[in-house]
Design a binder for this molecule. Structure first.
Ligand code: KIV
Length: 267
């Protein structure tokens, strides 16, 4: 039987002190590879807008794009738990929009849960979605959809006052019913404090080693995106030059007639 991970597994992992490994993914072949490696959770992040579509930030990403990427990933029939981001403007205007759009990611996309950005300000939205049995992942700290309010992609929660506010946001997200929360771009000691206080698992990105799990963008760990490389990223491969070499060899083979050979042709 095809048995995928559920939110119960993540709660159990937190209680057992077992770390949760999460990666972003946006397409079928990558989903099949990472699922075969045993990734715990796949996040179809709205970072797709930056690393796949080439936008400058995540703000232009649409529901249609998120559904497209989710469906592509789901065709790999992953055993990992699949969460899809609600893009900017799909949940902030009113609860009806939020319910309909979260429902679409589950019904049309096939995701098992949705993620949205914000703390106390989105607690009602998290409660409304969990109330319709859609598991919700929170996301606090450096929230890329708040780029213009933050004045850039800056580490959040550095002052005592900001740290208290983030702690309050984390509590609000948990109280509202989220099954997990992403902590992005916050000081490691603050992430440790939040992770110790919350009963739900915290998933860190640029938030130090004490979170219950870690998430990174797949293009970043594979060295596919040369646009930027934040300090918190660990690159496990440098694929961009490898792809460049392969493409250059192909171009040269076509130009010189070295490709196709007889074995690539039909009789
Ligand atoms: O959009 C995304 O990929 C994310 C993760 C980096 C947490 O939100």
């Amino acid at each position: 039987m095809h048995k995928s991970k559920t939110i119960l597994d993540f709660q159990r992992m937190k209680e057992a002190g077992e770390k949760i490994a999460v990666l972003t993914c946006y397409d079928y072949p990558t989903a099949a590879i990472m699922d075969g490696c045993g990734i715990d959770m796949i996040l179809i992040g709205d970072s797709a807008g930056v690393v796949v579509a080439g936008y400058d930030n995540t703000l232009p990403v649409t529901m249609e794009e998120m559904i497209y990427h989710t469906r592509a990933v789901m065709r790999a029939r992953p055993k990992a738990f699949v969460v899809t981001d609600l893009p900017f403007l799909s949940y902030q205007v009113d609860l009806r929009d939020a319910r309909l759009n979260a429902g679409r990611l589950i019904k049309e996309g096939g995701a098992a849960a949705v993620k949205l950005e914000g703390g106390s300000n989105v607690a009602d939205t998290i409660a409304a979605l969990t109330d319709m049995d859609i598991p919700v992942m929170g996301h606090i700290g450096l929230t890329p959809q708040s780029l213009h309010r933050m004045g850039g992609f800056k580490v959040q929660g550095k002052s005592e006052e900001q740290a208290e506010k983030l702690l309050e946001d984390a509590r609000a997200v948990e109280r509202a019913g989220a099954f997990s929360v992403v902590l992005e771009g916050i000081p490691a000691p603050l992430a440790a404090r939040i992770s110790a206080e919350l009963a739900i698992p915290t998933i860190g990105i640029g938030a130090g080693p004490s979170c219950d799990g870690q998430v990174l963008v797949i293009h970043d760990i594979l060295g596919l995106c040369s646009k930027y490389s934040p300090k918190f990223v660990k690159r496990y491969a440098e694929l961009a030059p490898l792809i460049g070499e392969a493409v250059s060899s192909y171009i040269s083979d076509v130009k010189t007639g070295a490709f196709p050979e007889e074995r690539h042709s039909f009789k």
